[in-house]
Write a protein that binds this ligand. Sequence first.
Ligand code: ASP
Length: 355
Amino acid sequence: MKPLRVFAALAALAILEMGVATMSHASTTPVLVIHGGSGVIKRNLDHARENQVRAALARALQSGYAQLKAGKPALDGITAALTVLEDDPNFNAGRGAVFTHDGRNELDAAIMDGSTLRAGAVAGVERVKNPILLARAVMEKSQHVMLIGQGAEAFAKEAGISLVDPSYFRTEQRWQQLQKALKEDREGKPHSDIETAKHFGTVGAVALDARGHLAAGTSTGGMTDKRWGRVGDSPIIGAGTYANADCAVSGTGWGEFYLRTVAAHAICMRVSLMHVPLERAAAEVINQEIPSMGGNGGAIALDARGNIAMPFNTDGMYRGWIGGDGVAHVAIYDDERGAPTGADESDTAPFQPSP
Ligand code: ASP
């Protein structure tokens, strides 16, 4: 073959490969994955509550997915889903958040746009009805990434974000959880079953929109009985929340370990730089690295092809997803496959991430 023809053939091949690479990279079918926390979830303990949680997860999925279906960005999908969960008292975020040692609710949240790497976060806010909306406002309306406490609330006022009286967040169940923890503190006992339950109920969402862009968000009250202005991983970009062009992650678990492993970023770097498949990347960090250090918890992860991973090493993780089939799936326990909401659990095939 003449050199010119060889060159033309090679160029054509390169163009073809570029096309294939681009095509196989991003999916244009929207995907939404949410979690409502990991921890001690005793099967058959409280059917009524379990049904409420499943219904809330389904509502959050529908609300978020409606945005994605309408062609809205991934950020809108996760914000819509997370505000539903923050408003629901069954979760440790917004209304229903856990109490600090001195009987207050201090809320943390973060959001990240994978396509621009913009991020916003808030920590220790006590009067913001929906902390995820404030995190988003920090990202979109301020020069900063993270605001805390009273300063964050002053910014909320300026940004037109709803403030409420702190009593809005109180639920009797969370108050009793604190009383139990305080009693055990006084008796010098380690926290009993709430040792893990106390970091349970955080909410998170990751989404892929029709343009192939990813976003992640997390909102939490943190851990029952927390002291001294403790902040966990959820509002720390890279630890509990992270998104880039290839990968989006929201974690839930014992925050100190997610901070030390920079868990969400660690998962996404495995995917982005080492080209590790999402499911393996998430399992390595959540089910190997974190437990090997003495921590526990779970995470939801999504890649730009629409693959989903939901590893956890606790009794259960409240979770839900709408993938390529457009159907809402909700699951709690390890052996659950995520029947479409409204269907019998035994009706469905085991969940496989989409190819
Ligand atoms: N990771 C959260 C924190 O440590 C709690 C949770 O996910 O349940 O604040």
